[in-house]
Design a protein around this ligand. Structure first.
Ligand code: ACO
Length: 710
């Protein structure tokens, strides 16, 4: 004749009961029973127990519910302990099981008796990622920055629901890692983040708020690989116009973040990062919503990214949105959009079809990187930071690769430089092993970096790794604003360096590097000047895409032409040059002779006309902002926004070297100056006004010279 309340009390009492006469075999025992108590046994127990529930009679309904909540969690953990196969995880489940049981017994709140309590590391992952967005993207216009922040938010949310690998899985995958450190973090994560997700009675914390860089480092590589894999699997479900975002921008975001996560000197992990940062803070907080099934993850990401964007997802770019006046020779944006819609995004093309005989040198390596088969890390030894075992192992691996591949270099010398804190090495990792690298020393004040050793292990050569390594190194340097490489290439490597854009014609003034760079006998000094507008690791994909677009544009043009003329045979007969207008059918293609303005045929005449115009422009009172290339120090992030910089000094040099063989080339460069200025600066700025006034003046001058119609 027990009331419901008494029944509940009895149930709790099973745990709380300390009477010797009590026969309940539930949670009183130190070890969980192999099977739950049987019903017949239980009813007997309840009858025996009903005398002992008096102490629960005055307990409030709320407290009763709380205790029952813990009972449910205990039951759940009991199942977990039995089902779990991993010894470390099982042990934690069992400790939590005991803890909860004890708190029912004492009718108290479950308190983890750990020596340390959260947060376990500062700054937290959340703060670090926040700093990263601030550090790398604060220069972007607010719309783009918003998109980045959403990417960051989704990334943080994903970490909060990420299933960490068990310490034993990790030991197998990364044998040389700090196993004890990982296990400690894994235990903390289970107790404070993971188990509380299904056991409400335990206080729950977000992984990104109580852990810092150490945990992030241990999950990042695997996580990045899986996220990118998911993205690729779901690419068909993504709207085409968002594919680039997910398949290109998101991986890029992760790559940039990865660099900061593994770098020894990244400022984003500094406690006082924001104190020194300029501009407003952009706090990104994680949300407590679990991500949906993997299959829907990127669709959700997409949804979030689309919120806040003014343009509807399906709307293509328009000329107005581009906010740049048309430049001579530009193809209408509508046509580009139309053609773009018909070509496949190289990032989305199935991998096998990319690897044709015409594939770029680094294509295979890039695909392997995307699939997570290979990884790139800039690493180095540090005197003021605790050595990280994994990094030290990689450095030893690099020392081995360099020693084998550069047999003429003394091994001790290689060791000294690889482990010298002033040198860094971009390392190429495959299956957790080093297979290549480029050891370098940066001289930021001198504006160059010296490449000291560069090698790929024998059985991995000529697969494109060397090229991809160099491309990564170039991007790393653009980020660090060093735009010149110097190296002493040994005679067998000259070919390789030439293919990477190096030449014997050194652009860095001698005074800048003599005494800094190590001199090697019998080797050739080679240099490479970087162009900050080029995304080197993606360069061949971009070129491929541009080629596709041009091919399609040509096909379209061809389709409009009905008549096909036979090819020209005059050249075979020894004719060296013919007037363009004499080519049969040329006018039908849309070509027009220079009617509107006068194209000066005499190169000297053209040169002197352009020289006069340029001199006028340079002496104009509004020309001062455009006299020289924009300095990065004065305009942060300028070269990320402006892909084709131009200035009057560069134009003068081009003119001098007779680069302007047509007035169109000259006008396009000049126009670029004004367009760039208006793109980077707000309309109310002085620079913007200068661009407008100078542009007007330029067109007056060019008309006066008869180069365009009045
Ligand atoms: N001579 C001429 N061309 C070469 C050489 C060479 N020694 N090595 C590679 N190439 C070419 C390749 O054929 C390829 O060209 P292709 O695409 O037109 O066929 C291109 O250079 C790039 O090839 P990758 O596959 O990207 O480069 P790889 O992964 O083979 O790495 C490297 C090149 C690092 C030079 C490698 O061959 C190596 O480790 N060699 C031995 C060590 C060495 O000589 N290092 C340079 C010493 S100088 C210094 O360290 C500063």
């Amino acid at each position: 004749n027990l009331t419901l309340r008494e029944l509940q009390s009895c149930y709790i009492y099973q745990v709380a009961c300390s009477f010797n006469s009590c026969k309940c075999n539930g949670w009183k025992s130190q070890n969980p029973p192999p099977t739950p108590p049987r019903t017949d046994q239980q009813s007997n127990t309840l009858c025996e127990l009903c005398d002992h529930v008096t102490h629960l009679e005055n307990v409030s309904e709320e407290e009763m519910n709380r205790l029952l909540g813990i009972v449910l969690d205990v039951e759940y953990l009991y199942t977990c302990v039995h089902k779990e196969e991993d010894a470390d995880t099982k042990q934690v489940y069992f400790s939590l099981f005991k803890l909860l049981r004890k708190s029912i017994l004492l009718m108290g709140k479950p308190m983890l008796e750990a020596q340390d309590s959260p947060p376990f590391e500062k700054p937290s992952i959340e703060q670090g990622v926040n700093n990263f967005v601030q550090y790398k993207f604060s220069h972007l216009p607010s719309k783009e920055r918003q998109t980045i922040m959403e990417l960051a938010k989704m990334f943080l949310n994903q970490i909060n629901y990420w299933q960490l690998e068990t310490p034993s899985q990790r030991r197998q995958r990364v044998p040389n890692d700090d196993a004890a450190g990982y296990k400690a973090n894994y235990t903390r994560w289970l107790c404070y983040c993971n188990v509380p997700q299904f056991c409400d009675s335990l206080p729950r914390y977000e992984t990104t708020q109580i852990f810092g860089r150490t945990l992030l480092r241990s999950v990042f590589t695997v996580m990045r690989k899986q996220l990118l894999e998911q993205a690729r699997q779901e690419k068909d479900k993504l709207p085409p116009e968002k594919r680039t975002l997910i398949l290109t921008h998101f991986p890029k975001f992760l790559s940039m973040l990865e660099e900061e996560v593994y770098s020894h000197s990244s400022p984003i992990w500094s406690q006082d990062f924001l104190a020194g940062a300029s501009g407003g803070q952009i706090p990104i907080h994680t949300e407590c919503h679990p991500p949906p099934d993997n299959s829907e993850y990127f669709l959700l990401l997409l949804h979030i990214l689309t919120v806040g964007e003014k343009r509807k997802p399906s709307e293509p770019l328009t000329q107005e949105e581009n906010k740049r006046p048309r430049v001579v020779g530009d193809i209408p944006m509508d046509l580009i959009n139309e053609v773009m819609a018909t070509i496949a995004d190289p990032a989305a093309i199935p991998e096998t079809s990319l690897l044709s005989a015409h594939s770029a040198r680094d294509e295979a390596a890039r695909l392997e990187e995307r699939r997570g088969v290979i990884e790139f890390h800039v690493i180095g030894n540090s005197l003021n930071q605790k050595p990280n075992k994994r990094i030290l192992m990689w450095l030893v691996g690099l020392q081995n690769v360099f020693s084998h591949q550069l047999p003429r270099m003394p091994k001790e010398y290689i060791t000294r430089l690889v482990f010298d804190p002033k040198h860094k090495t971009l390392s190429l990792i495959k299956d957790g092993r080093v297979i290549g690298g480029i050891c370098f020393r940066m001289f930021p004040s001198q504006g160059f970096t010296e490449i000291v050793f560069c090698a790929v292990t024998s059985n991995e050569q000529v697969k494109g790794y060397g090229t991809h390594l160099m491309n990564h190194l170039k991007e790393y340097h653009i980020k660090h604003e060093i735009l010149n490489f110097l190296t002493y290439a040994d005679e067998y490597a000259i070919g390789y360096f030439k293919k990477q854009g190096f030449s014997k014609d050194i652009k860095v003034p001698k005074a800048k590097y003599v005494g800094y760079i190590k001199d090697y006998e019998g080797a050739t000094l080679m240099g490479c000047e970087l162009n900050p507008s080029i995304p080197y690791t993606e360069f061949s994909v971009i070129i491929k895409k541009q080629k596709e677009i041009i091919k399609k544009l040509i096909e379209r043009k061809q389709a409009q032409i009905r008549k096909v003329y036979p090819g020209l045979s005059c050249f075979k007969e020894g004719v060296r040059q013919i007037p363009i207008e004499s080519i049969p059918g040329i006018r039908e293609t849309g070509w027009k002779p220079m009617g509107k303005g006068k194209e000066l045929k005499d190169p000297d005449q053209l040169y002197s006309s352009l020289k006069t115009i340029l001199q006028h422009v340079k002496s104009h009172q509004n020309a001062w902002p455009f006299m020289e290339p924009v300095k990065k120090t004065e305009a942060p992030g300028y070269y990320q926004v402006i892909r084709f910089p131009m200035d009057l000094k560069t134009m003068s040099e081009r003119l001098k070297s007779r680069y302007y063989t047509t007035r169109k080339l000259f006008m396009a460069d000049m126009q670029r100056i004004f367009t760039n200025c208006r793109e980077y600066n707000p309309p109310e700025s002085e620079y913007y006004k200068c661009a407008n006034l100078l542009e007007k003046f330029f067109y007056t001058k060019i008309k006066e010279a008869g180069l365009i119609e009045k």
